[in-house]
Design a protein around this ligand. Structure first.
Ligand code: HXC
Ligand code: NAP
Length: 278
């Protein structure tokens, strides 16, 4: 299904699309014919990414400096975007996260994450949705969640809470806006190496053994794999999917749910199995 032209004619905004996974998703979208708009707080990062994509695919990429925590700034950005034509897809990807003991978090520290992820996601969704409804247009919202939205995550509690809130928004608005032709979907990734996530969440002290050992498929995710899932979900092939989030974590959460002994048993030798059977 991933043929060139799959996303032709679709205008897509990816928040936080200048770096990491948002950049990889945007790259795939442009490759498949989408018209891409990216936003973030750092102009130079956005411009560099836009220039890279223009060079690779010959397609211009529109950039907007916008802090998604600021509802007025989001409204201004959406008005500017709509001046060039309506969006078809919004990808809520911008996020903030760090490791901390929850009892040590200040209220500003909680805000720093929740305001970007949950409130920023809501501001962007409502600003786009309001316009789609006024123009009687179809639209799709894709939220980049995390596996911890479903399972919780100690030491990144504001992020887990905020992403779980976005999942609730997906399910709620899928019903409220469904009759208007607006779909809301999500992906819940496990670990995919990026500078932003690894620098904040994966200090070497965190793991006694490689993180791959805690993942059923024994490896981290590849950006292309997430980008292809995100492509499918916004494509016309997925038009009957709404209110759903798809986990893409190599079986990480199930490995965790099965308990540490599952991993120990996976490493038992044939002799151990034979002696147990006896
Ligand atoms: C405790 C911290 C802290 C830390 C910041 N704060 N870092 N508290 N531990 N490590 C507190 C500060 O002391 C301050 O509170 C408040 O948070 C705001 O800090 P600022 O530095 O002013 O925040 P700001 O400049 O708004 O930056 C937001 C940020 C930053 C979230 C802290 O890291 C950021 O900009 N991140 C964006 C990119 C990012 O995080 N990418 C990773 C996404 S990965 P006080 O009270 O002192 O004023 C991801 C993966 C999900 O989401 C799951 C993966 C498994
Ligand atoms: P990243 O590169 O740090 O991406 C975060 C992006 O959000 C940056 O481009 C950042 O740009 C932007 N951003 C942050 N605050 C913003 C704000 N207030 N307004 C606008 N933009 C803002 O990290 P990543 O790993 O690619 O994460 C991308 C998404 O994947 C996030 O939703 C994350 O939660 C999710 N995720 C990642 C992993 C993983 O393993 N990498 C796992 C699960 C989920 P500026 O700083 O320039 O604003």
């Amino acid at each position: 299904m991933f043929q060139s032209g799959l996303l032709a004619g679709k205008r897509v905004l990816i928040t936080g699309g200048g770096t990491g996974l948002g950049k990889s998703i945007g790259r795939r979208y442009v490759e498949l014919g989408a018209r891409l708009v990216i936003c973030g707080r750092r102009a130079e990062v956005l411009q560099r990414t836009a220039a890279e994509m223009e060079e690779a695919f010959g397609t211009p990429v529109e950039t907007h400096v916008c802090d998604v925590r600021d509802a007025v700034a989001v409204e201004t950005m959406m008005s500017r975007i709509w001046e060039g034509g309506p969006l078809d897809v919004l990808v809520n990807n911008a996020a903030g996260n760090f490791l901390a003991r929850t009892e040590h978090l200040s209220s500003r520290a909680i805000d720093a994450v929740v305001d970007i992820v949950l409130k920023g996601g809501a501001h962007c969704t409502i600003a786009a949705g309001r316009r789609w409804i006024a123009q009687q247009r179809r639209g799709t919202v894709l939220c980049i969640l995390t596996q911890s939205a479903l399972t919780g995550a100690p030491f990144t509690v504001p992020s887990a809470m905020a992403k779980a809130g976005l999942l609730s928004m997906i399910r709620s608005l899928a019903v409220e806006w469904g009759p208007k032709g607006i779909r809301l979907v999500g992906v819940a990734p496990g670990p995919f190496p990026t500078e932003g996530a690894w620098s904040r969440l994966m200090p070497k002290e965190r793991h006694r053994e490689p993180i791959e050992n805690g993942i059923a498929l024994r490896r981290v995710g590849r950006h292309e794999e997430l980008a292809d899932l995100c492509t499918f979900l916004i494509s016309d092939n997925a038009e009957f999917i709404t209110g759903e989030a798809i986990t893409i974590d190599g079986g990480k959460w199930l490995q965790g749910a099965a308990g540490p002994s599952a991993q120990v048993m996976q490493e038992w030798s044939d002799d151990t199995w034979k002696s147990l059977r006896k």
